[in-house]
Structure formats: structure tokens, C-alpha cells
Design a protein around this ligand. Structure first.
Ligand SMILES: [Zn+2]
Length: 390
């Protein structure tokens, strides 16, 4: 039996009648701290510790960005989703959680203040708005706790909602209710969330509450884009998709960007030795990249006049006719081209090991073919023939 704000005489009488033992607050129930006072950041530190402990046992060095992104979404952010549905996490803890996820995604470690190519706010946008679809924990926490606010508004039939109505709200209107002095910190935070939801025009009288839908109403939004369908196509390999996403946003650490940061002076392209290395040069004004592109375009029968990655992707998005498998093939090829050209550049720059155009195109052909066999459902004869002739 746990009591808060009850006189000692009353506690003694209840204990004598019930025979229960009196416990002391705060305590932990199902792993979550229970306290009559506001949750202190120290009580939530174990959430961050759990995330860091997970990262320590993963051999992050061998994981690609795409692999780490998967772990951020499916493991790291899932660790705190249970707590997020019970109460609002302190802001300092939310910042720590974001810091751990950000550091792991970009550097494979749980801490560190090194540079990140893309802001966390941008990463938290959905893919159709140019992000990676990572959950924005701040707004997701509000949307998840909002379910309790909705339960009060709908007068759900459970003991807690009935208790809130009989002790606090009584006959008042919940939408306009203001917390009184006697209201606990939980009650006050629920009132704050109610105001946030109403300001975002969330209808608290809806028959069903969807955390996902409310989250979409609360989170920041970006402009809708169309290139996501090419980059995140299922026929493309995840690590190719991630590199292409970075290249499209011009956030790879090319020599022109390194020079601006004062890290590198030489800006000569190490693949063709004939031009300054930038995103526009590498994808695909560089003679080396152009040669790779020409061989691959000839292989799949694609006519290419575009020299810029953005234009090439736009063309596949808008104008590319043909079957679904062909469009998937073109998406997979663009991603593979970007990935292998970037890898060839890194091999040359950091290991002084050169890859020939033929080696790069062989790798692309091999990987794309395997992937297309995997995604092809095999129900169109023309598709099967086209794939078999590749
Ligand atoms: Zn070049």
C-alpha cells in the first residue's frame, strides 16, 4: 500500500482494516518510476543507460548507415516508447535520447559532439518530405500521452477516468478546465497536453484515438517531394539508398565541402584528375562517372542525356515509361551508381586503390541483377525475358 497526501491516522486505520504493508515512495512498477512528485531527470537516466548499453554490445564499426538507421528506429527508440506512453519525459532526457540516437547513426558511438551531415529535425521528417522517417520523440511523447487526455474527454469507462472526473473535473467542461492548486503534477501536465492538442485542432471527441495521426498533426512538416519513390525503391539495396539520399541532398563530404571546412586543401577529383570534386562533378559530370553511366545505360537500354543526379531522378520519377520492374531497375541502378562511384572515390582517396570503370560496372550489374530477381514476382512473361537477357 502506497500513500501520498494522506494523514497518518487515516493510513493507520486503512492498514489495520486491510492488513496491507505500507510501502515508501518513490518505487518502480513494471520498470517505470512511480512518484507523487514530478519525475526528476535522474529517475529517467536508466532509459539513456539502457540505450548506451545496447550500443556497446553492437559491433557498430561494421554497420552501414542504413543498418544503424534500422537499429535506431527498431531498437533504440522502442526502448523509450513504453515510458513515452505513460508520462511526459523531462526535456533534458529527451535531448539526451536524441543525442544518443544521432551519435549512433552518424558515428556508431553513444556519445560525442562531432559534426552530423543532416540535422535531426530533417531526419525526423517522413521520407515523402525528404527525411528518413525517424520518430520525433518530443512530439511522439506528447501524442502518446494525449491518449489519456482523450480518454478523459470521452469519459472512458475505467476507474482512473472516473476518479479524475469525480475528484477534479466534476461538472466542468474538460476542454476549458484549468488545473487547481490541489491538482498533482500529472494532472497539470495533462492539462498542458490538452491545450497543445486543442491548439493543433485535434478532435478529442473522436471515436478512436490514433497516436500516429495525432503525431502527424503535432510534428513539424516539410514540403512534399517526389524523388523519395526513386531513392527508397524496394529494388535498391538499403546502403545504396542511404548514400544516394545523402548525395541528392549534397551532404556527402566531398572535397569542396572539406575545403570550406578547412580540412582539405586539394580539391582535384581523384577519379578523373581533371576537375574540382563536388557533388555536381561526381554525379555525373566527371569523365569516370560518365563512363560508368554510359556502360550501365547501354546495358539496360536506357537513353541518358542528363548529367545531374537530380535531373536523372526526376526523369525516372516523371517520364520513365515501361513496366514496374523496369522502373524498379532504373531506381536500383541509379542508387548503385551513386554508391559505387562514391566508394571508388573513397578507395582512391583513402587507400590509394583505383577501381577501373569495368570493375565498378560489373559490381553494379551483379548486385542489381540479384536484387531484381529477388523483387520480381515473375508473373509477366516480358519482364521475365527482359531480366533473363540482362
Ligand atoms: Zn572527376
Amino acid at each position: 500500500m502506497f500513500c501520498a497526501g494522506v494523514e497518518k491516522g487515516m493510513v493507520d486505520r486503512i492498514q489495520a482494516l486491510s492488513g496491507f504493508k505500507v510501502g515508501s515512495l518513490p518505487f518502480t512498477y513494471l520498470g517505470v518510476p512511480m512518484s507523487p512528485k514530478q519525475i526528476h531527470p535522474n529517475d529517467c537516466e536508466k532509459l539513456v543507460d539502457k540505450m548506451c548499453a545496447k550500443i556497446k554490445v553492437w559491433s557498430s564499426r561494421n554497420l552501414s548507415y542504413a543498418g544503424r538507421l534500422q537499429l535506431v528506429n527498431s531498437v533504440l527508440l522502442s526502448i523509450c516508447s513504453y515510458w513515452c506512453q505513460i508520462f511526459l519525459l523531462p526535456k533534458s532526457i529527451i535531448h539526451k535520447i536524441i543525442g544518443v540516437c544521432r551519435s549512433f547513426l552518424w558515428h556508431g558511438t553513444s556519445s560525442g559532439k562531432r559534426m552530423c551531415p543532416v540535422s535531426w529535425e530533417e531526419i525526423c521528417l517522413p521520407k515523402h518530405e525528404g527525411g528518413l522517417g525517424v520518430r520525433n520523440i518530443l512530439h511522439w511523447n506528447t501524442a502518446a500521452v494525449g491518449k489519456h487526455v482523450w480518454a478523459i474527454a470521452r469519459k472512458k469507462d475505467n476507474m482512473w477516468v472516473r476518479w479524475v472526473h469525480s475528484i477534479y473535473i466534476k461538472d466542468q467542461d474538460w476542454n476549458t478546465y484549468k488545473p487547481t492548486q490541489i491538482c498533482s503534477w500529472v494532472g497539470k501536465s495533462f492539462c498542458n497536453i490538452k491545450d497543445i492538442l486543442l491548439a493543433a485542432q485535434v478532435d478529442l471527441q473522436l471515436h478512436k484515438y490514433s497516436i500516429k495521426k495525432v503525431y502527424d498533426m503535432l510534428r513539424p512538416t516539410g514540403p512534399t517531394i517526389h524523388w523519395d519513390k526513386v531513392i527508397w525503391n524496394t529494388a535498391a539495396i538499403p546502403k545504396h539508398q542511404f548514400t544516394t539520399w545523402l548525395a541528392y541532398k549534397q551532404r556527402l563530404l566531398t572535397k569542396d565541402r572539406l575545403a570550406k571546412m578547412g580540412i582539405m586543401e586539394d580539391q582535384t577529383c581523384c577519379l578523373c584528375r581533371n576537375g574540382y570534386e563536388s557533388h555536381v562533378h561526381l554525379f555525373f559530370e566527371c569523365d569516370y562517372s560518365k563512363a560508368c553511366m554510359a556502360l550501365i545505360a547501354n546495358w539496360v537500354g536506357l537513353q541518358v542525356s542528363q548529367q545531374q543526379l537530380q535531373h536523372l531522378i526526376q526523369r525516372v520519377t516523371r517520364n520513365c515509361k515501361g513496366s514496374k520492374l523496369r522502373r524498379q531497375a532504373y531506381s536500383a541502378i541509379i542508387s548503385a551508381l551513386v554508391y559505387y562511384i562514391w566508394r571508388a572515390r573513397n578507395e582512391k582517396l583513402w587507400n590509394n586503390h583505383g577501381w577501373t570503370v569495368e570493375q565498378v560496372t560489373q559490381e553494379i550489374k551483379y548486385n542489381v541483377k540479384i536484387r531484381l530477381h529477388y523483387v520480381n514476382r515473375g508473373n509477366k512473361v516480358r519482364d521475365n525475358q527482359w531480366l533473363a537477357n540482362l
